[in-house]
Write a protein that binds this ligand. Structure first.
Ligand code: AMP
Ligand code: MG
Length: 412
């Protein structure tokens, strides 16, 4: 019986215990980290009533709306330089964008809407109270929540904090992830390939994706298919890491030792997931560390990383399981697909008329990193349907960020 992807994610949520430790970091170091506590606004933003435009500050309240109004300009208010005079009936203060609204004023008349001669201005349009005024606190009120504990902090979130004068934020500490690849066939870059050898792609992919998520990496390198070496390394990794992520050695071949060793020294939940690519996935615990044994084919490694490891890192950091943003798109071509497994193809999505069209990036074999080369999304073919014909609707999950993490949907 294959395990449904969504069910597997729910099991994951139950399995993960978030780390409790947090640290104060500068905003610059907080991008992508998870807020360890709620952050509230220490001030009203904007902190004072301000002009949204260049023009003249006047008092609209009490003006009758006859066509022509005259005012005498008595002072000026620039951003950072507050006017000394107040506005009274019949007077105006020259004002510029971002400058504090002078006492007595409640509206700004655009400079292009007035006729000026010397210190006298005339306006033809009726003046409404509040026009072109940014009221104190209309962005956020002092004491209101800027972000919630558990939120992954984006540059936009942090910009809001910066606008409120906040320089430091409390985030959960970085998740420590131990990684290694397994396989007697793996060679290191720079060394010529012997017959039967291939280069290790997975350690680069997994460590880079993890680093982009703000994890810190403990890299144990490439391990041979030797149960003793794998055992020793897993035990050592479990002492210093919150999470261990390996690749290869989790299917049923003669040299697949990772699963057996992890089972022996830890507790393992072996998931045969209704997923293509990436059916076999070993998930469990070794000591206090969460463990993922990912399949070895690079595309399977990356897809299982995106679907399961990336959310686990968020959960470990105290974040939530946020489903990826999935958009409906029309498939451009036929797809052979067996019912019963959900398939995540790599694809190119584009806008066509009012909707989205998508095409897979060629032969989707799980060893072909070429399928990622021009991809800008994952194409989801549900488990409930068989072959697709051109014009059928599928889901697409756009990639975001330099490393192409799936774009997350709104937090649940
Ligand atoms: P395994 O899961 O160990 O049976 O490996 C499945 C396939 O992925 C085999 O063709 C391996 O040679 C290949 N493979 C395993 N690890 C890596 C790696 N780190 N980089 C590239 N290919 C790999
Ligand atoms: Mg192997």
């Amino acid at each position: 019986m294959l395990l449904d992807v969504d069910l597997a994610l729910r099991k994951l949520v139950r399995l993960v215990r978030g780390v409790a430790e947090s640290e104060e970091v500068s905003l610059a170091d907080a991008v992508g980290r998870i807020a360890a506590e709620d952050v509230v606004a220490p001030i009203d933003l904007p902190p004072f009533d301000a002009s949204a435009m260049d023009g003249y500050a006047v008092r609209a309240t009490g003006l009758n709306h006859e066509r022509l109004k005259r005012f005498t300009v008595v002072d000026e208010s620039l951003a950072g330089h507050v006017a000394q005079r107040t506005v009274t009936k019949g007077t105006a203060i020259r004002i510029f964008t971002g400058a504090a609204l002078p006492v007595g004023a409640d509206a700004v008349v655009l400079q292009e809407d007035v006729a000026r001669r010397g210190e006298a201005i005339a306006t033809v349009e009726p003046v409404q109270a509040d026009q072109h005024v940014r009221r104190r606190g209309h962005d956020v009120r002092r004491g209101a929540r800027l972000c919630q504990q558990g939120r992954k902090l984006s540059i936009y979130d942090l910009s809001w904090l910066a606008a409120c004068g906040i320089g430091q934020v409390c985030v959960t500490r970085r998740i420590r992830v131990a990684i290694f690849s397994t396989g007697d066939e793996l060679a290191a870059a720079g060394n010529p390939l012997e017959t039967g050898q291939i280069y290790d792609a997975n350690r680069f992919a997994v460590s880079s994706l993890l680093r982009e998520k703000g994890a810190s990496i403990i890299d144990f390198g490439c391990l041979p298919d030797d149960p003793e070496v794998i055992r020793r390394t897993l035990l050592e990794a479990s002492l210093g890491a919150d999470l261990i992520v390996t690749s290869g050695g989790v299917s049923v071949g003669d040299a697949d030792f990772v699963k057996a060793v992890a089972e022996e020294i830890g507790s393992l939940d072996f998931w045969k997931i209704a997923l293509k690519p990436g059916k076999p996935l070993a998930v469990g615990r070794i000591g206090d560390a969460l463990f993922f044994g990912l399949p070895g084919n690079p595309v399977s490694t990356i897809v299982t990383y995106l679907l399961f490891v990336a959310p686990a890192v968020d959960l470990l950091g105290g974040g939530q399981l946020t489903p990826p943003l999935t958009l409906p798109a029309t498939i451009d071509h036929a797809v052979r697909h067996a019912e019963g497994r959900r398939e995540y193809m790599r694809g190119v999505v584009w806008v066509d008329g009012d909707g989205l069209m998508v095409a897979a990036t060629g032969d989707q074999s799980s060893n072909r990193l070429a399928t990622f080369a021009n991809a800008n999304c994952l194409v989801v073919v549900p488990e409930s349907i068989g072959n697709l014909k051109p014009g059928d609707t599928v889901g697409v999950i756009p990639f975001s960020g330099e490393a192409g993490h799936p774009m997350r949907g709104p937090a649940g």
